[in-house]
Design a protein around this ligand. Structure first.
Ligand code: N01
Length: 531
C-alpha cells in the first residue's frame, strides 16, 4: 500500500498548532499544517479588537517547554495585550522554524477517514487533496464565531464587525456612535477600550456578568527571574495545579473563617485581581452559600464603582452564581458607565427588535449608530470541527455522534474516528485550564502515543468503547457536585428531550487530569486499541 502524503496533518496555526508542528517534526514525523489565516496566531490573530488581552498572567500563559525561549522573551505587561501575544507567537514560529510546514490562507473543507488505506483524506479550499496517517485538530474550542442573526442586519447603513474576526486593518471608531452587543469577556474588554475612543458607546447587555479587575501593570522582572531559574520545577508545579498556572489557590472552606477574616481574604484577592477570585474558598464552586459570599462581595464592588444607582443595579451580576460562567477580567469596565458618552441598554427588559438602516431598535428605544460590534460568542467545542467537515468512514461528523453530549477518551479521541486527535477537546480540562500548558501536555501525549504505536508496528489508533464510556462516566461524576453544571452557558450541553445536563470540560482539575494521563501512558496507553 502506498504511503500517505504525510504522517500527520495539523489543522490550525494557533498556540496549539505551532507546538504540534514543532513537537511532531522533532520526533521525526512528516507534518503538514493547514491554516486559513495568512499568519500564525489563531485566536490571537483574529481577535484583534481594541482592548483584547489575556486574562491569565503572561508569566504562565506562554510556552514553558523551552528554557531559553522562556528566559529570553520578556513580556511588557502582567497581562499581555493581543498585539504582543501575536508578536510572541510569530517569534516562536520563527525560532522553531515551523512556518515552512504550514500552508497559510488555506482552509480545510473536508476530511474523510479511509479505513482501507488507514489514512485521513483532507480537502482544502484550494482544491488540493492531501492524505495523512493522523489528523491533529488544533482548531481551538472558541474559534468559530457565532453568526449574528438579527433581523434587519442587511439593511444597516453603517459598518458591523465581529470581535472574534476583527478587521486586520482596524476600524476607526473615533468620533463614531458605536453599539456593542454582548457582555462576555470579549464584550467587556472591547467596550472598555471603545469607551475611550468613540463619541458614543451603547453597551447592549442581556445578562450582567461578573467582572473583576486585572490590576494590569508592567511585568514583574523579579518574578520572571525567579521562574526562569528553575523551569523544570515550574513545569512540575503547573502540572500539579488545578488550572495549570501558579496563581493563588484555595485558603480553606468559607465556613472555616469568621466574617471579618473572610472579608480580609476577599480584599486581598480583589487586590491581587483576576481569575484567582474563583479559587479563594475551596467550596465556592460547590456550595451555594460559600459562593454567595464571594458573589455578594463582587456585587457590592459594582455598586461602589457605578455612580448612578439605577445603572449599577442593572450591572449587578445576579442572574447566576459567580464562577459558573467564565469570569471576566477587566481594566476599568464598570468605570466606563460613569462616563457621559456611555449608555447601558438592558436588552433583557427591553429586547432588541431589529437592526434598522440607522442603528438598533429595541421594544422601547431607538439607538442611532455608525458601527455595531458583535461580541456574541462562539460555536464552542464542535464549531471548528464541523466547519472543517471532518467525517469518519461512515460519513458521520463528530457532532452527529455527540448529539447527547460529547463522548471522548481523555478529551483527546473519540471512538469511531481513528487517528483523529482533538487537542484540548471536550472531556479534557480544556477552557478551564491554562491553554498553553494544556496544549503542550496534550501534544506530548499524542507524540508519545504515536511513537508507542509505531514501535509496535501499529498505524491505527482508536479508543476502545469501554475506555470512552468509563472516561465519560468519570467526567460526569467529577462534574456532579459543581454548581456550574446547573447554569446555561457554552460549557454545558443540555439535552432537550430529558433536560439532562453534561458539563463539557473535565471538571476535576488539570492536576487530576494530568495524573490520569500519566497513569494511562505508564500502563502502555491503556484504553487505546492499536492495530
Ligand atoms: O463570548 P460569551 P465571549 N443577543 O459567549 C451575548 C474566551 N475569551 O466572546 O449571556 C444579545 O462569553 C451573551 O448574552 P447571554 C473566554 O473563555 C477570553 O465574550 O447569553 N446578546 C453574552 O453576553 C470566554 O469565556 C478572553 O445572555 C447576545 C455574550 O453575547 C470565551 O472566550 C477574551 C446574543 C457572549 O459571551 C467567550 O467569550 C475574550 C444575542 N442574540 C474571550 N447572543 C481573554 O483571555 C449572545 N449574546 C480575556
Amino acid at each position: 500500500m502506498s504511503r500517505p502524503d504525510r504522517d500527520v496533518i495539523v489543522i490550525g496555526a494557533g498556540m496549539g498548532g505551532i507546538y504540534a508542528v514543532h513537537r511532531l517534526t522533532r520526533q521525526g514525523l512528516s507534518v503538514l499544517g493547514i491554516e486559513s489565516a495568512p499568519e500564525v496566531g489563531g485566536v490571537w490573530y483574529h481577535n484583534a479588537y481594541p482592548g483584547a488581552r489575556v486574562d491569565l498572567e503572561s508569566h504562565y500563559y506562554c510556552y514553558l517547554f523551552d528554557d531559553d525561549l522562556y528566559r529570553e522573551w520578556r513580556w511588557s505587561e502582567r497581562y499581555a495585550a493581543q498585539p504582543e501575544l501575536l508578536r510572541y507567537l510569530k517569534h516562536v514560529a520563527d525560532r522553531f522554524d515551523v512556518r515552512r510546514h504550514f500552508r497559510f490562507r488555506t482552509s480545510v473543507v473536508g476530511a474523510r477517514w479511509n479505513e482501507d488505506a488507514r489514512r485521513w483524506v483532507v480537502e482544502t479550499d484550494a482544491g488540493d487533496v492531501v492524505t495523512g496517517r493522523f489528523l491533529v485538530c488544533t482548531t481551538g474550542q472558541l474559534s468559530k464565531a457565532r453568526e449574528p442573526r438579527f433581523p434587519g442586519l442587511g439593511t444597516f447603513r453603517g459598518r458591523w464587525v465581529l470581535t472574534s474576526h476583527w478587521p486586520q486593518d482596524g476600524v476607526d471608531l473615533r468620533g463614531k456612535k458605536v453599539g456593542v452587543i454582548g457582555t462576555g469577556s470579549s464584550g467587556v474588554q472591547a467596550s472598555t477600550a471603545i469607551a475611550a475612543e468613540a463619541e458614543r458607546l451603547v453597551v447592549f447587555q442581556r445578562t450582567p456578568n461578573y467582572s473583576v479587575p486585572a490590576h494590569n501593570r508592567p511585568a514583574d522582572p523579579v518574578l520572571h527571574a525567579e521562574l526562569s531559574r528553575d523551569l523544570a520545577a515550574v513545569r512540575r508545579k503547573v502540572a500539579a495545579a488545578p488550572a495549570g498556572n501558579l496563581t493563588p489557590g484555595y485558603v480553606g472552606r468559607a465556613a472555616d473563617f469568621s466574617p471579618k477574616r473572610r472579608r480580609e481574604l476577599l480584599d486581598e484577592r480583589w487586590a491581587f485581581g483576576g481569575q484567582p477570585m474563583l479559587t479563594l474558598f475551596s467550596d465556592q464552586g460547590t456550595d451555594l452559600e460559600a459562593n454567595r459570599i464571594v458573589g455578594d462581595y463582587v456585587r457590592d464592588k459594582v455598586r461602589e464603582v457605578v455612580k448612578d444607582p439605577v445603572v449599577a443595579e442593572r450591572l449587578v451580576p445576579n442572574a447566576y452564581p459567580i464562577g459558573t460562567r467564565r469570569l471576566c477580567v477587566d481594566t476599568g469596565y464598570y468605570e466606563i458607565f460613569n462616563q457621559d458618552n456611555v449608555t447601558l441598554a438592558d436588552i433583557r427588559s427591553d429586547p432588541i427588535r431589529r437592526i434598522t438602516p440607522g442603528g438598533i431598535e429595541t421594544r422601547d428605544t431607538s439607538y442611532d449608530l455608525d458601527v455595531i460590534v458583535f461580541a456574541i460568542g462562539f460555536e464552542a467545542f464542535t464549531g471548528a470541527l464541523d466547519g472543517a467537515d471532518i467525517r469518519n468512514a461512515a460519513g458521520e461528523l463528530v457532532s452527529d455522534r455527540w448529539r447527547r453530549g460529547p463522548q471522548t477518551y481523555l478529551g483527546l479521541m473519540t471512538a469511531g474516528f481513528p487517528n483523529l486527535f482533538l487537542i484540548t477537546g471536550p472531556g479534557s480540562p480544556s477552557v478551564l485550564a491554562n491553554m498553553n500548558v494544556h496544549n503542550v501536555q496534550h501534544l506530548d501525549f499524542v507524540g508519545d502515543l504515536i511513537d508507542h504505536a509505531r514501535e509496535r508496528g501499529a498505524d491505527r489508533i482508536e479508543p476502545t468503547r469501554q475506555a470512552q464510556d468509563e472516561w465519560t462516566a468519570h467526567a460526569a461524576e467529577v462534574a456532579r457536585p459543581l454548581i456550574r453544571r446547573q447554569v446555561d452557558n457554552y460549557m454545558v450541553h443540555v439535552n432537550k428531550d430529558d433536560g439532562s445536563r453534561i458539563f463539557i470540560p473535565y471538571g476535576g482539575g488539570f492536576h487530576q487530569y494530568v495524573r490520569r494521563c500519566h497513569a494511562v501512558a505508564e500502563a502502555g496507553f491503556r484504553g487505546f486499541d492499536l492495530r
